[in-house]
Design a binder for this molecule. Structure first.
Ligand code: SF4
Length: 371
C-alpha cells in the first residue's frame, strides 16, 4: 500500500451517562475527572500512530460510548491534534446520544471540523425507550437534532433498533416517520441482539423481544418503509438519502485500512490486524505498541467476499478472482444461481448482490455460495 494512500481513524470514547440494558459495548459511566486524562491519552495516541504510519486520514469517527459526553472543548482539542493528518474533505463523524447532547453548542463542533453526527435514537416510543434503559425521550431527541441542524449540520444519522420489547409494526412505522420528519440523511437500523450477561438477558423483558420470525418481518418492513421515504439501502443495516452514506463505515466493508484508538478499538494497517483490549487501565498505562493484541482471524479472500456481500452493491467475483487467483469466480457465480429465482439475491454480470430477504439469511447464504 502506498504510504500516501489515505486511511481511516477511529477514536473510541468509552463513557456513557448510564449503561443501557442491552449494551455489550465497552462503555461505562465515569466521572468528568476521567475525561481529561482520557483525552490527553487519545491525543498522545494520535501523534504516535500518525508518526508511525505517516498516512493521511480521509475519515475520522468518534465512536463509543458517547463521544459527545466529552464536551465541546475536549473534542476540539482532539480535533486540533488530528487536523495535521486529516485530508481537506475528510468525513468527521461524532456519535452522541439525545439526553446528553441537546445542551451542546453544536456550532463549536462544526467549526472544529466535525461534519457528521450520529445519534442513538433507537425508537421514538417512550415505552420502548424505557424498556431499553435509554435515558432520553423522543422530544429530547428531536430537540438535539434540531439544535445540530440549526448549527449547520446537514449530515445526520439516527440509529433505530428492531425487535425491541413492545415494538409492533405500527410503533416501528411511527419511529421511521419520526426520523423522516426530522429531515435526517441517514438511518442505521439494527436488530436487537440479546447479549449474554447484559441486564436485558436476565430480565423478564427479554420475553417481550421479537422472536426470529417477527424480527425478520420487522426488518423487511423497515427496509420497505425506509425505501419508500427515499432512504436507499446500501448495506444490511444502513440507509442513506442523497448518497450521504457513512464513508468511514463503508471503508470497513471495503476492507480498507484504519487505525483504531482506545480500549476495544480494532485496527487494520499494512496487512496487519490488531486491537486494544477492553481495559481503559491498560490503554492509559501501557505503551501503545505493547498493548496491541494480534487478531487471531480475519483477512484473506473469505473476509473480502463476506464484507462485500454486506453491501447492496454486492461482490464482483471477477474482482475477487483478480485479487485472489486461487478463487474461481465462475464457480461462485454457479453456486449463487439457484438463489436468484427465490429472490434472495441478484446476479448482474459478474456481480452478486443480496436482496433484503437475502440479507436476512446472509450468514447461511454467504457460506452456500462461497464454499
Ligand atoms: S448509549 Fe450506547 S454505548 Fe452507551 S450504554 Fe447505551 S448502547 Fe451502550
Amino acid at each position: 500500500m502506498n504510504k500516501k494512500t489515505p486511511a481511516g481513524l477511529y477514536i473510541h470514547v468509552p463513557f456513557c451517562m448510564q449503561k443501557c440494558r442491552y449494551c455489550d459495548f465497552y462503555s461505562f459511566p465515569k466521572g468528568e475527572e476521567y475525561f481529561e486524562i482520557y483525552k490527553n491519552r487519545v491525543i498522545e495516541a494520535i501523534g504516535f500512530y500518525g508518526k508511525k504510519y505517516a498516512r493521511p486520514y480521509n475519515s475520522l469517527y468518534f465512536g463509543g460510548g458517547t463521544p459527545l459526553l466529552l464536551g465541546e472543548k475536549r473534542l476540539c482539542d482532539i480535533m486540533e491534534a488530528a487536523k495535521p493528518y486529516l485530508t481537506e474533505n475528510a468525513e468527521v463523524t461524532a456519535e452522541g446520544n439525545p439526553g446528553v447532547s441537546e445542551r451542546l453548542d453544536f456550532s463549536v463542533l462544526k467549526n472544529a471540523g466535525i461534519n457528521r453526527l450520529s445519534f442513538g435514537l433507537q425508537s421514538s416510543n417512550e415505552k420502548e425507550l424505557s424498556a431499553l434503559g435509554r435515558i432520553h425521550s423522543a422530544n429530547e431527541a428531536a430537540e438535539t437534532v434540531k439544535a445540530a441542524q440549526k448549527a449547520g449540520f446537514d449530515n445526520i444519522s439516527l440509529d433505530l433498533m428492531l425487535g425491541i420489547p413492545y415494538q409492533t409494526e405500527k410503533s416501528l412505522l411511527e419511529s421511521i416517520e419520526f426520523c423522516n420528519s426530522l429531515g435526517v440523511q441517514h438511518i442505521s437500523s439494527y436488530m436487537l441482539k440479546i447479549e449474554e450477561g447484559t441486564p436485558l438477558s436476565k430480565s423478564k423483558l427479554r420475553f417481550l423481544c421479537a422472536d426470529e420470525e417477527k424480527s425478520a418481518d420487522l426488518y423487511l418492513f423497515a427496509c420497505e418503509e425506509l425505501e419508500k421515504r427515499g432512504f436507499e439501502q446500501y448495506e444490511i443495516s444502513n440507509f442513506a438519502k442523497d448518497k450521504k452514506r457513512s464513508f468511514h463505515n463503508t471503508r470497513y466493508w471495503l476492507d480498507d485500512e484504519y487505525i483504531g484508538i482506545g480500549p476495544s478499538a480494532h485496527s487494520f494497517m499494512e496487512g496487519r490486524r490488531f486491537f486494544f483490549d477492553r481495559s481503559i487501565k491498560n490503554f492509559l498505562e501501557i505503551p501503545f505498541e505493547e498493548n496491541e493484541r494480534e487478531e487471531s482471524s480475519g483477512g484473506g479472500w473469505e473476509e473480502f467476499a463476506m464484507l462485500r456481500l454486506r453491501l447492496s452493491e454486492g461482490l464482483d467475483v471477477f474482482e475477487l478472482e483478480k485479487l485472489y487467483p486461487e478463487v474461481s469466480g465462475a464457480e461462485i457465480l454457479e453456486n449463487a444461481k439457484p438463489f436468484a429465482s427465490p429472490g434472495l439475491l441478484k446476479i448482474s454480470g459478474s456481480r452478486i448482490s443480496f436482496t433484503p430477504k437475502g440479507f436476512l439469511l446472509s450468514n447461511a447464504l454467504t457460506a452456500e455460495i462461497l464454499y
